[in-house]
Write a protein that binds this ligand. Structure first.
Ligand code: 13P
Length: 271
């Protein structure tokens, strides 16, 4: 049985991390965790996610209706966005929404993160598309995000921020960190005259490694039907290649796999 109090504490810890790392300002951002198909914990609306204690955390059902909330607290205004992710991605156990500076700057400039510039980002995320702008708290954002859910584990929200989701709270948070680090490196390397991109062949080798390790979640490496046939697949097809996504069933944690894969990749690339 899940210990709800422990999960509430973990949500507060991750809230502190996103606040302390400057991934949110003021009262921005929200976090949720799935307990079972009908019960979800989420951060309350309008509080700083860096200063929460377990009593702040609300419980909602699969439609976002309040099941339990202490006096003075209401569920996040973005709860519909979280619920859409859970509905359309049964493998997801946690959703994190933040406004990290560099990723949000790309979302505001309308530039998706598609340039393959480092092995870790290619393996963990592939690329990060931008979901079309929607008014916060309405169905517009869930509707915009929906089309990317089957192919990616993170999306930018146009003129707004970023959304990451995974099979645990820590993993969803790590994906958010990876998105921001990727955006920051892309921004800085553009200031230095432009990144030297990995070649198609190098990207394909990274995709092969990801597939070989059977990493969990959705990723462009699994998008292209060519990938299933062992043929070269594309990095930036954005789901336009047929979306024949092959989800994996590996049990190892993403963090361990990324560390191990990265070592191998660096060796293979002679770095
Ligand atoms: P909530 O405080 O209602 O979760 O909203 C914060 C936010 O970032 C909206 O996009």
């Amino acid at each position: 049985m899940v210990n709800e109090y422990e999960i509430k504490k973990e949500i507060c810890d991750i809230g502190k991390r996103i606040y302390n790392r400057g991934m949110v300002a003021s009262n921005d951002g929200n976090i949720s965790v799935k307990l079972n198909d009908h019960e979800f914990l989420c951060t309350p609306t309008g509080v700083s996610k860096g200063f929460m204690t377990p009593e702040f955390i609300c419980k909602v059902d699969e439609n976002g209706n309040v099941l339990q909330a202490n006096k003075g607290f209401k569920p996040s205004s973005e709860i519909k966005m979280h619920m859409r992710v859970y509905k359309e991605r049964p493998d997801v156990q946690s959703v994190v929404h933040a406004h990290p500076m560099y990723a949000t700057a790309f979302a505001i400039a309308g530039i998706p993160l598609t340039q393959p510039i480092m092995p870790e980002a290619v393996i963990a995320l592939g690329c990060v598309p931008i979901a079309e702008y929607g008014t916060p708290s309405t169905e517009e954002i869930p509707n915009a995000v929906s089309k990317y859910l089957q192919h990616f584990d993170a999306v930018l929200l146009e003129n707004h921020g970023a959304l990451a989701y995974s099979d645990s709270l820590l993993s969803a948070y790590h994906k958010m960190e990876s998105v921001e680090f990727y955006a920051q490196l892309l921004f800085l390397s553009r200031q230095l005259g432009g990144p030297k991109e990995l070649s198609k062949q190098q990207v394909e080798r990274l995709y092969e490694i990801r597939r070989k390790f059977g990493m969990k979640g959705k990723h462009p490496a699994d998008l292209c039907p060519n990938a299933k046939a062992g043929l070269p697949s594309c990095h930036t097809c954005g789901g336009n290649c047929g979306g024949n996504c092959a989800s994996s069933s590996a049990a190892a944690s993403d963090g361990d796999l990324v560390a191990e894969i990265t070592k191998k990749v660096m060796k293979e690339l002679g770095l």
